[in-house]
Design a protein around this ligand. Sequence first.
Ligand code: LMR
Length: 329
Amino acid sequence: RKTILTLALAAALPGVALAQTAANPIVIKFSHVVAPDTPKGKGAERFKQLAEERTGGRVKVEVYPNSQLYKDKEEVEALQLGSVQMLAPSLSKFGPLGVKEFEVFDLPFIFPSAAVLDRVTNGPVGAAMLKKLEPKGIVGLAYWDNGFKEMSANRPLRDVKDFKGLKMRIQSSKILEAQMRALGALPQVMAFSEVYQALQTGVVDGTENTPSNYWTQKTHEVQKDMTVSNHGYIGYAVITNKKFWDGLPADIRTILEGAMKDATKYTNAIAQQENDEALRKIQASGKVKVITLTDKEREAWRQALLPVHKEMAGRVGKDTIEAIYKESA
Ligand code: LMR
């Protein structure tokens, strides 16, 4: 009898009578490629906790880490098709979708500090970039930090000439491709889930990533040398399927927006310390030699890589680059 009543109500009040309950929740599948014990992994768990608590169970968030459901390229397609509802791909992975503006975050040495980065993502430049996702059927909800990248290989990377001829794994970004070429290396685009094995078998010689990703992927087991260069940045855009998001009951969407805001604050507050801690663990493992560049050595890298800004201005937008320079001044 209950069913008949529900059906009758549904017919009379579409969208209201079928209001979600804890027994019949809205399910958000949140898929990502990194380990749970990372800034992104922890951010996804925090969002789940807040979203479920604050909706009284009317929303259920299922977090799938470690490319369990989808690898880099497939996950964005799956989001567009509605097979998953939430992702947080790195900003370096939106080019294949046709949103190349995010690649500005890949420009080597463009952010002199985390504070500048904050001002860019939280200001008009960051907001305008998220808007570019909408024609693709995607809503950008937030920017999440990971941190600054280090280089690794099986040879010490101290001078620019040390990169010569090395096959270096990169994310799917044209800027990162130009960056590796500027160093004399050979860039190879590869899904995150394949990197460990590619390093182990010598398909590639080295890579770049944040300490948190290096540590949780056990990269120190398959690389001999790492250079703390902080030459570039990895951050994420948390995204959702626009049709799904717009179709949510308004009260639920408001609660989820609040949960995302607080999960974002949390993630961005822990990211730096997570990376510092990971770097300490990598050093303590004794498995990889960690080089810290002197100011002079780092300046030589910077000089070799700054031309990439001009070279790639046409791709990411000269105005955006200028706006970031202005934030840095
Ligand atoms: C990578 O592919 O190296 C990173 O984007 C992985 C991640 O999500 O941090």
